[in-house]
Design a protein around this ligand. Structure first.
Ligand code: 3HC
Ligand code: NAI
Length: 703
């Protein structure tokens, strides 16, 4: 077994260093080796105090998340070895000081709290983010944290998983000292001062004067629950975290620890935990592109240009200047340019109003934008992102023009949501430099960036694009070129089924409510109103000739378009709107009924389960095709696209993981059933059939 824990002595202080790169997670063996090193320090008569520090970039990121799958199978309990060594730290007769740099997260903070004192570098952060994995702290953290910073603050930290900066952690009692100099020598000096004071080591479990006032705690926790009701809708772990922390007030330390363990086990065995861990690793996996060498030379990106200052162009411009990259923003004429800039200013003004930015910061960002109506102004940009209207002819024209002015090594990216990247690239003499950068609205906020690889896109353009996503604070997912790429291609069948269900008898509110309750950020019809029925209509015009005759089409949306009901922007679509508040509209219900009657569709009561099956299996069936065609590299790429671009609940792990959790045999059987009752659109994807018959899962297919 590797050496995960190093030991050395400086004068009368033993320095124990965790050494399990990259983040010193407590993988199998780490806790055991730390235990032995503590024995060594205890027995060494020359040692009067111990400093525990992390090697490399961080203190420790806590338990090894990769191990959790094994725990779910009941093989072993995750927190046993970790809890054992934490108790050993706390029971150590010599003072133990945690020296924290980077992050002390989850089990990492639990280890630090088992130490008698904690000193940290000024840039360190601490937190218990287990809840983001569908868990609660499981190594006595829910009991030690309130003993340091009070029940109310501990409940908030455990239920939200927020990261707390060193200064604030010091102010709330989690840290004992912040050091500005070199961490290790300062921690050693701190340890020596403790020795000199002659104080007996202070055990966190015995601190009983910081829990806080019961009435104030109750009020804070009530407020916290209200905040969480919306933010963590559907999730079980946040409420369990609060319950565990509250036990600190009512039970003895040992009994409360038992309660924590019960709650932890319940979370660990939940589907939500599986889903969230799948997304945790998925987020990191999507950055690894098979076939593209890590060492691929990148193109340097210091300056950018955006073509089109509409909804997306404005958002993309903000995403760039927020990162400090100057942007030349190009429009057709001055009037539209002014309008676009005004929209950007208005968005920033809202951030100032909410206290997220200062006016000075906004001015600095605005200064990074150089507005123009002249193509020549784009000639120095390292990357140009096109965000003009969706239409092939226009995009071809714009790329032809860009080819004339852009410098030789510039990346030419299109924000098209559906169109063929290869055709757009063919409008230039440098197709290797052309790629899709599909942002999601609002582009300055949404975390997803679909990076669409054309057949000629070069490796360095792909690698630079993936890096660029990170620089912009986004998650870049590389996808292949087809109509709608991954996200929108799947969204088509999803929307189609939602709208078919209306014609068959469901009402708008029912469909949206069922999917909202399933965990989606918004129901599909509310999304359609937000994105714009005119936008969907325009996309439909581009593809309608390719739909074979006799295929069922959703009929109502075109009629809404003809009635100028474009959604939120016209205060009427599937709903009517009072501000942004959707109100069910009897006119739409009548329209649906009339349309169904004319089309000879017999309306019936639609069960909620059918709404879930028809929409979710439509997603999974199309996802299976994308996987098989290689448009999506792995099923987790699809899941990440849906969680970060389409408001799919992360705790369900994304649509492909959801299908896996239902079981692909059942999904396939239902798809076959829908094919019988609904026809062609439901033809099962060959990969779905194959995996259902072989007992496989999407996750293991090219996983
Ligand atoms: N276990 C296993 N692997 C981990 C890990 C962990 N706790 N934390 C990070 N990693 C891995 C990542 O998967 C990644 O692996 P890769 O290079 O193969 O893709 C690598 O470490 C580096 O991670 P990041 O790319 O995320 O690096 P960053 O520098 O951007 O972020 C971090 C570092 C802030 C520590 C971030 O990784 C993070 O938030 N990690 C999760 C921390 C966490 O949730 N801890 C709680 C664990 S559960 C627990 O402790 C239960 C206990 O209460 C019993
Ligand atoms: P928009 O209509 O808000 O903005 C388009 C802008 O492009 C207009 O301001 C127009 O004046 C400008 N424009 C047109 N031709 C131009 C030219 N030759 N030079 C400079 N400017 C020009 O459209 P939106 O919604 O911003 O969409 C832009 C692109 O982004 C489309 O391809 C769309 O499919 C895609 N997209 C849209 C999303 C959305 O939610 N709105 C999401 C993701 C992608």
């Amino acid at each position: 077994m590797a050496d995960f824990v190093r030991y050395q002595r400086t004068d009368n202080v033993a320095v124990i260093t965790l050494d399990n790169p990259p983040v010193n997670a407590f993988s199998p063996g780490v806790a055991e080796q730390l235990y032995s090193r503590l024995d060594e320090a205890t027995e060494d008569a020359a040692v009067e105090a111990i400093v525990l520090i992390g090697g490399g970039r961080t203190f420790t990121a806590g338990a090894d998340i990769k191990e959790f799958g094994k725990f779910v199978s009941g093989e072993k309990s995750p927190s046993n070895s970790l809890s054992r060594v934490i108790s050993r730290l706390e029971d150590c007769p010599k003072p133990v000081i945690a020296a924290i740099h980077g992050t002390a997260l989850g089990g990492g903070l639990e280890v630090a709290m088992g130490c008698h004192y904690r000193v940290a570098g000024a840039s360190a952060t601490v937190g218990v983010p287990e809840v983001k994995l569908g868990l609660i702290p499981g190594a006595m953290g829910t009991q030690r944290l309130p003993r340091l910073c009070g029940i109310a603050r501990a409940a908030e930290m455990c239920a939200t998983g927020i990261m707390v900066a060193a200064r604030e952690a010091w102010e709330t009692g989690i840290l004992d000292e912040i050091v500005d100099g070199d961490l290790l020598p300062d921690a050693i000096s701190f340890a020596q001062a403790i020795v000199a004071s002659g104080d007996t080591p202070r055990k966190t479990r015995d601190i009983d004067d910081r829990l806080g006032d019961p009435a104030e705690n109750a009020a804070s926790i009530e407020r916290l629950k209200q905040q969480l009701a919306k933010r963590t809708r559907g999730q079980i772990a946040p409420a369990m975290a609060i319950q565990a922390v509250e036990a600190a007030a009512t039970l003895s330390f040992d009994d409360a620890v038992k309660r924590e363990a019960e709650l932890f086990q319940e979370c660990l065995h939940s589907e939500q935990c599986k889903g969230l861990i799948h997304i945790f690793f998925g987020e990191r996996a999507v950055g690894k592109v098979p076939g593209i060498d890590k060492a691929t030379a990148r193109r340097s990106i210091e300056t950018a240009a955006v073509v089109g200052a509409g909804t997306m162009g404005g958002g993309i411009t903000m995403a760039y200047v927020n990162t400090g990259i100057p942007v030349v923003l190009k429009e057709i004429d001055q009037e539209r340019l002014d309008k676009g800039l005004e929209r950007i200013r208005k968005t920033y003004a809202t951030s100032v109003k909410r206290g997220r930015l200062t006016s000075e910061e906004v001015e600095r960002r605005m200064e990074l934008i150089s507005p123009t109506v002249d193509y020549q102004a784009l000639s120095e940009a390292d990357i140009i992102i096109e965000a003009v209207f969706e239409g092939m002819a226009l995009k071809e024209q714009v790329f032809g023009e860009l080819d004339e002015v852009a410098k030789p090594n510039a990346i030419l990216a299109t924000n098209t949501s559906t169109l063929d990247i290869d055709r757009i690239a063919a409008a230039t003499k440098r197709p290797e430099s052309v790629i899709g950068h599909h942002f999601f609205s609002p582009a300055n906020v949404m975390k997803l960036l679909e990076i669409v690889r054309g057949k000629a896109s070069s490796d360095d353009v792909i690698a630079t694009s993936m890096d660029m996503a990170k620089r912009l604070g986004k998650i870049g997912v590389l996808v292949g070129n087809c109509f709608g790429f991954v996200g929108n291609r799947m969204f088509g069948p999803y929307q189609r089924e939602a709208q078919f269900l209306l014609e068959e008898g469901a009402d708008v509110e029912q469909v949206d409510k069922v999917l909202f309750d399933f965990g989606l950020a918004m129901g599909p019809l509310a999304v359609s109103d937000l994105a714009g029925i005119d936008v969907s209509w325009r996309i439909h015009q581009e593809i309608k000739d390719s739909i074979p005759d006799g295929m069922r089409n959703s009929l109502v949306m075109d009629k809404l378009y003809e009635m100028d009901r474009y959604g939120q922007k016209t205060a009427a679509g599937w709903y009517r709107y009072d501000g942004r508040e959707p109100i069910p509209d009897p006119i739409v219900e009548e329209l649906i009924e009339k349309t169904a009657l004319e089309a000879g569709i017999t309306r019936r009561a639609i069960a909620d389960d059918e709404i879930i099956e028809r929409t979710m299996y439509a997603l999974a069936n199309e996802g299976a095709r994308l996987l098989e065609e290689g448009i999506a590299l792995r099923s987790v790429d699809i899941d990440v696209v849906y969680v970060y671009g389409y408001g799919f609940p992360a705790w369900r792990g994304g649509p492909m993981m959801y299908a896996d959790s239902v079981g692909l045999k059942k999904v396939y059987d239902r798809v076959c059933h829908f094919q019988e009752s609904q026809g062609f659109w439901w033809e099962p994807a060959p990969l779905l059939k194959e995996l259902a018959e072989s007992g496989g899962s999407f996750r293991d297919y090219r996983g």
